[in-house]
Design a protein around this ligand. Structure first.
Ligand code: UD1
Length: 337
């Protein structure tokens, strides 16, 4: 049985991936510093799978602790989620973002090199494409200059991994996520935004729950069908499964290059108004929203061409936008805040 380290394994995407790994028979060891989640998630994972993953509260910026961990734990591969991810905050605190997102990545790769570990899955983002010239976005689309420090850490992260794979003969896959949403069907784990949500779906569900008065729709003058911006919203469970598919590709050595990257989206674009309409259908209530000006740094449209990921990873999404929003809504109702 392969023993997989999941960094950030108590976070939104990490926790869902841990569940899927356990369901697939992998043994999971989680490292999380609890900076953006709570230890309670560990119990929820255990409730879902019936197996408690091994857990270490370690901050990956502490090189000695990382080394110590690998000295005392036999690990076969790593899925690396742990990172800061708030776009706005990254502009205020660039060095924190570079230290955390890049520093921890380098330390992990050093351990991979020194201990000859072979599987490394990296959380990347469609933000590396910026506003792509052609839609849907294929993996062949060029990486554009990052709009945010957060986005830059993903671009630099991919570069670092690529160089390390080449020099030390490691194998890695970066998954470029589109917009992950939803919650586990058990409604035991989901997204836990701290403070005022920056992302659309938690803002929508909190508005419907009466926690926020009204949703601001950022711009209706985009060059899209209804004027609002278009994104590719992927159910977090489908996204979690993409990690298992990528890991198996590395384990089975069916990867074609040392370093590969894939788009992980549904292939379907939805506008902000599409999301609102679908959500209203689910709750049966109108959502309180108003159109306001564009948000700085937002792009017009991004949705994935998933042809390559579907074929190479032998993976495809199964859940609809409606199912994802329904899960997000149930999760919201259960959490109340
Ligand atoms: C952002 C990040 C992305 C990151 C993702 C998930 C950028 C450019 N984007 O994506 O890298 O992976 O978050 O954390 O770095 N909207 C509203 N009202 C709101 C909130 C959002 O209208 O209150 C709109 C936005 O303008 C956008 C869409 O909803 O058109 C989705 O926004 P959001 O959920 O924040 O995701 P992205 O900005 O696409």
């Amino acid at each position: 049985m392969k023993r997989i380290l999941v960094t950030g394994g108590l976070g939104f995407i990490g926790s869902h991936t841990v569940v899927e790994l356990q369901n697939e028979g992998f043994e999971v060891v989680i490292i999380d510093n609890l900076s953006n989640t709570s230890i309670g998630v560990l119990d929820k994972i255990t409730e879902i799978t019936g197996k408690k993953p091994t857990f270490y509260q370690i901050d990956l910026r502490k090189k000695e602790e990382v080394k110590n961990f690998f000295d005392t734990n036999k690990i076969d591969g790593i899925i690396h989620f742990a990172a800061f991810k708030a776009v706005g905050e990254s502009m205020q605190k660039p060095l924190d973002y570079y230290e955390n997102n890049i520093g921890s990545l380098v330390y992990l790769l050093e351990e991979m090199r020194d201990r000859k570990l072979d599987y490394f899955i990296f959380s990347s983002s469609c933000t590396v494409y910026g506003q792509a010239d052609e839609l849907p976005i294929t993996e062949k689309a060029p990486v554009k200059k990052a709009e945010s420090v957060y986005g830059n850490t993903k671009q630099i992260g991919e570069e670092i991994i690529k160089d390390a794979c080449k020099a030390y003969n490691l194998n890695s896959i970066a998954l470029r996520y589109f917009n992950p949403i939803g919650a586990h069907p058990s409604i035991k784990i989901g997204e836990l935004p701290i403070g005022i949500p920056q992302n659309l779906i938690p803002y929508v569900t909190q508005t419907a729950a009466g926690i926020r008065k009204e949703l601001s729709v950022f711009g209706d003058d985009y060059d899209t069908e209804d004027g609002t911006a278009v994104r590719d919203y992927i159910h977090v469970l489908d996204l979690a499964k993409a990690h298992i598919a990528a890991l198996k590709r590395l384990i089975n050595k069916t990867n074609k290059e040392n370093f590969e990257f894939f788009n992980v989206g549904t292939g379907k674009g939805s506008s902000v108004l599409d999301v609102i309409k679908t959500f209203e259908k689910i709750t049966g209530e109108p959502l309180n929203y108003k159109i306001v000006g564009r948000r700085e740094g937002d792009i017009t449209a991004a949705y994935a061409d998933t042809t390559i990921a579907n074929k190479e990873l032998n993976w495809k999404t199964e859940k609809t936008l409606e199912e994802a929003l329904e899960a997000a809504w149930k999760w919201q109702q259960q959490n109340k805040s």
